[in-house]
Design a binder for this molecule. Structure first.
Ligand code: SF4
Length: 470
């Protein structure tokens, strides 16, 4: 069998309905209307290509290829290795795909990765047809496996030997900083939709991996263990040049967990980007304790149009228990400075952390209104295995179903005072009370840009609700 690697972004079917997952460090379900480009697969393909290993990416989700079509496509030219990412809600469906691949391609090695299988590799090794679970980032493990390395010398790998789980050391792959630019040319780029894009075409990129914050509910630490690893800025700029000049994108969402983790680096990023004078706007994610007025003005001056802050809660006590290490006051400052710099603010909030009540939700709603956020997203806190929030809820015997972890919409979880259904109702109340205020709608309608964005947000919002909640 020739050496050939197939990387799949699967189309899942959950309870009889098609489902898309953002199969990255978060591993949540996303609406069918918002499939993101699989950056990790594009990086893996680039790393393999650099080593002259033939590789293809099967973007089964956006190409609408159910598992049997993927299997028959791969059977025409059997790969030596097939790998794909899993997600919290897709695991059973992933097992089905693995079984179908095993039956059709008995000589092909099968590997899976993702936050869920990294947190708990044993069930997947024992219950599925997989050969290897990759713990954390996929690129280097897939490269070594494709080169025929024996599992013992592949870091971050788990496999079964005589029904016993064997596992190599967890280390951060060193290559991330110098991986070649992600192989976007292997993706059907036209078929991806980045939610709330202000300019089209829009795509995503990553300049760092990991997050310095310690949010107890966040699955990023399962992969990254609170260590931030940046790509050198010259490589980041090369990627931006390629995004603009080769692919023609006009907006990019920098999907770093916390883009602003290092102030000096952000200032340099902005200055390098300004020198290039690209027709490109960008958005990023930040924590409120890593920004200041001057930094936000520098970002706006370099084409940044929106910052998404994880405010999480307007209740000081809940916020301090979340592990975020931010304060409500810092949130107010960040919002004020962002507006002064002309940036739109989008905020994420969690409903369902330890101690959540209707009153604490009210405080979050009041904060969101007072901070004059442009947009917000409310998630129900889902206790995920491998997170400290998940472990705590588990010990308390609280309701938990990681399969329902969603980027948008409903999920499971419960607190002392609020059950799963009430948490979902509270999250919907949050949306209603924020978005359906006359002052909010009037404010959006006042400016031309606001009107356009309100229309596009409303359209996308309705599609997201239809795709995820109904
Ligand atoms: S700041 Fe965001 S990405 Fe970082 S740990 Fe907290 S929730 Fe996760």
């Amino acid at each position: 069998m020739e050496t050939l690697v197939a990387l799949i972004d699967p189309l899942a079917v959950i309870d009889g309905r098609k489902a898309f997952f953002l199969r990255d460090v978060f591993g949540g379900e996303v609406p069918l209307s918002c499939p993101y480009p699989p950056l990790e697969l594009a990086f893996t393909a680039a790393v393999l290509r650099e080593a002259e290993i033939p590789v293809e990416i099967v973007a089964a989700n956006v190409l609408d290829l159910p598992h049997h079509k993927v299997v028959s496509r791969l059977s025409a030219r059997p790969p030596s290795l097939v790998a794909f990412p899993s997600a919290w809600g897709s695991l059973e469906d992933d097992y089905l795909l693995l079984r179908m691949l095993r039956e059709a391609l008995p000589d092909t090695k099968l590997a899976i990765f993702g936050p869920n299988v990294t947190a708990e590799p044993e069930p997947t090794l024992k219950k599925s047809a997989v050969d290897f679970v990759i713990l954390g980032e996929p690129e280097e493990a897939i490269l070594l496996l494709a080169q025929g390395a024996s599992p013992e010398v592949v870091p971050n790998l788990a496999w079964l030997e005589e029904d016993e789980v064997r596992q190599t050391e967890r280390v951060f792959p060193e290559g991330w900083a110098t991986y070649p630019l992600p192989a976007r040319d292997l993706l059907p780029l036209d078929l991806y939709t980045i939610p709330f894009a202000r300019r089209l075409p829009c795509t995503t990129m990553a300049t760092t991996r990991g997050c310095p914050s310690a949010c107890t509910f966040c699955p990023t630490h399962i992969w990254n263990k609170r260590t931030v690893r940046p790509r050198p800025l010259d490589l980041v700029m090369q990627e931006i040049d390629e995004i603009v000049q080769r692919y023609g994108f006009r907006e990019v969402v920098i999907r770093d967990d916390t883009f602003t983790w290092n102030r000096e680096r952000v200032i340099e990023f902005c200055s390098l980007l300004r020198e290039r004078n690209h027709d490109l706007t960008w958005r990023c994610f930040a924590t409120v304790n890593t920004v200041d007025r001057e930094l936000l003005f520098a970002m706006a001056g370099a084409g940044c149009t929106q910052v998404c802050y994880g405010f999480e809660s307007g209740d000081p006590e809940l916020l301090s228990r979340s592990g975020k290490r931010t304060t409500v006051e810092q949130g107010r400052d960040a919002a004020r400075w962002s507006h002064e710099a002309g940036l739109e603010i989008s905020g994420t909030f969690l409903v369902g952390m330890d101690g959540e009540t209707r009153e604490t939700v009210n405080r979050s709603i009041a904060f969101a209104k007072e901070a004059k956020l442009d947009y917000l997203q409310v998630n129900v806190a889902t206790p995920l295995p491998g997170t400290s929030f998940g472990r705590r809820q588990d010990k308390k015997g609280r309701n938990s179903d990681p399969r329902s972890f969603r980027w948008f919409g409903a999920a499971t979880g419960e607190t002392e005072g609020l059950g799963p259904d009430e948490l979902i109702r509270e999250s919907r109340r949050f949306y209603r009370e924020f978005y359906l205020r006359p002052s909010y709608v009037a404010g959006r309608l006042r400016s031309r840009r606001g009107l356009q964005s309100l229309a596009s947000h409303a359209r996308l919002g309705l599609r997201m609700v239809r795709d995820t909640v109904l």
